[in-house]
Design a protein around this ligand. Structure first.
Ligand code: FE2
Ligand code: FE2
Length: 218
């Protein structure tokens, strides 16, 4: 089994059911932060990961699926990222995310950082944050390249294709999962951070936050 994603569709369905059961009502019913948005982030993420050496598509997929599941309201909820990180850890503890330790650490960092972080150096975190930011079209905002981390995200063509995707038809999770299956097959050289940690104490949380970029004014 490739670390990160379940091999069988049945396992993936179990994961989706657990996400449905563990996400907040606000998130599940949200037009701007709900499941359609999660799928858009996943689709943009896989496109960016394909163009970003050492990015780990398994982490990107899990980030897309989980990062906004814990919103309590549509407006000011700065702790929804850390709550999503805790949710990801709980799913991993239940065996529903088959992530290696460093992959889970990157996922936790990405969830914690995603609300307002500026550009980051870590490739997988950068793909996660860029994929989320390139969906700003859904709320009538133009993604600002100054706050994007990856070369693929800052590419001149990215605004056009990301906008078309966000404003175009939705697709199923099964289709997205299959797309990631193709992406992960040719990705064996994932970035393996040594400075991102999975731990619950305050010092390690501080170190994880050090992976986040400078806060953006958003
Ligand atoms: Fe969010
Ligand atoms: Fe988001």
């Amino acid at each position: 089994m490739n670390a990160g994603l379940p091999d069988a569709t049945a396992d993936f369905d179990v994961l989706l059911s657990a996400v449905d059961a563990g996400a907040t009502e606000c998130a599940l019913n949200s037009r701007v932060h709900g499941p359609r948005h999660w799928r858009d982030v996943a689709r943009i993420g896989v496109a960016l990961a394909r163009e970003t050496p050492r990015a780990d598509p398994a982490v990107v997929f899990c980030f897309a699926l989980l990062h906004d599941t814990q919103r309590l309201n549509e407006y000011e909820d700065p702790d929804h990222g850390p709550r999503a990180a805790a949710f990801a850890t709980a799913l991993a503890d239940r065996g529903l995310l088959t992530l290696a330790g460093d992959q889970l650490a990157a996922l936790v960092s990405a969830c914690e950082c995603h609300t307002g972080s500026g550009p980051v150096e870590h490739t997988t975190l950068g793909v996660c944050l860029d994929a989320d930011r390139l969906t700003l079209w859904r709320v009538g905002k133009v993604p600002d390249a100054r706050y994007l981390s990856t070369v693929a995200g800052r590419d001149d063509a990215a605004p056009r294709w990301s906008r078309e995707l966000v404003e175009g038809p939705d697709v199923t999770w099964a289709a997205i999962f299959a797309e990631y299956g193709l992406a992960r097959a040719d990705r064996r050289d994932h970035d393996r951070p040594t400075d991102v940690y999975v731990a619950s104490d305050r010092a390690d949380r501080t170190r994880r936050r050090a992976n986040c970029g400078r806060r953006t004014p958003e």
